[in-house]
Design a protein. Structure first.
Lengths: 115, 112
């Protein structure tokens, strides 16, 4: 079974530039998550999709971050404009469901450096 | 938002040692608990779910104390390959459909 795919794996941009990340979840997984993991910390949820609808985006900095999952499969996360504090690994995860005990499968992440 | 607190570590132990990690969570309504493992520069992967009665998987034992809002992970007979960061994860049942709240992780280094 193919895992969660993410691209690019690495990205270096200057502050105030924009950047986009792509994620393709495991086939059949209805729930997709984007996390931000800053060095030395655990992943922090940015946004959760159920199919193509947003379930939770309460921790997404909406003035600069946006995400979409138009056809309920793959998803993009965009940052515009980037700030130095956005330097982090952006992890995409998917799960079959989001109720009860379930496993989230993570992609390899995109390591973003903002200079 | 609800919090998950862990021993920061690092834990440096010799091969064969027994090591225990502790974790506390603040949301008493949480229903699901997990330990994830994250290798250096890799993604987190589920190590084990934690059940109310406690559960064991080989050398790994997880315990849950709901009254104290406390979770533990015990690793017996440590192997070099156990070196990783161990993330305590709690279902944020107060949120929509149960988002996972991750602790900062405890780093384990097993030495020969």
């Amino acid at each position: 079974e193919a895992g969660v795919a993410q691209s690019p794996r690495y990205k270096i941009i200057e502050k105030r530039q924009s950047v986009a990340f792509w994620c393709n979840p495991i086939s059949g997984h209805a729930t997709l998550y984007w996390y931000q993991q800053i060095l030395g910390q655990g992943p922090k949820l940015l946004i959760q999709f159920q199919n193509n609808g947003v379930v939770d985006d309460s921790q997404l900095p909406k003035d600069r971050f946006s995400a979409e999952r138009l056809k309920g499969v793959d998803s993009t996360l965009k940052i515009q404009p980037a700030k130095l504090e956005d330097s982090a690994v952006y992890l995409c995860a998917s799960s079959q469901t989001s109720v009860g005990t379930y496993e989230q499968y993570f992609g390899p992440g995109t390591r973003l450096t903002v200079t | 938002r609800k919090e998950v607190e862990q021993d920061p570590g690092p834990f440096n132990v010799p091969e064969g040692a027994t090591v225990a990690f502790n974790c506390t969570y603040s949301n008493s309504a949480s229903q699901s608990f997990f330990w994830y493992r994250q290798d250096c520069r890799k993604e987190p992967k589920l190590l084990m779910s934690v059940y109310s009665s406690g559960n064991e998987d080989g050398r790994f034992t997880a315990q849950l104390n709901r009254a104290s809002q406390y979770i533990s992970l015990l690793i017996r007979d440590s192997k070099l390959s156990d070196s990783a960061t161990y993330l305590c994860v709690v279902n944020d049942y107060g949120g929509s459909q149960g988002n996972l709240i991750f602790g900062k992780g405890t780093k384990l280094s097993v030495k020969p």
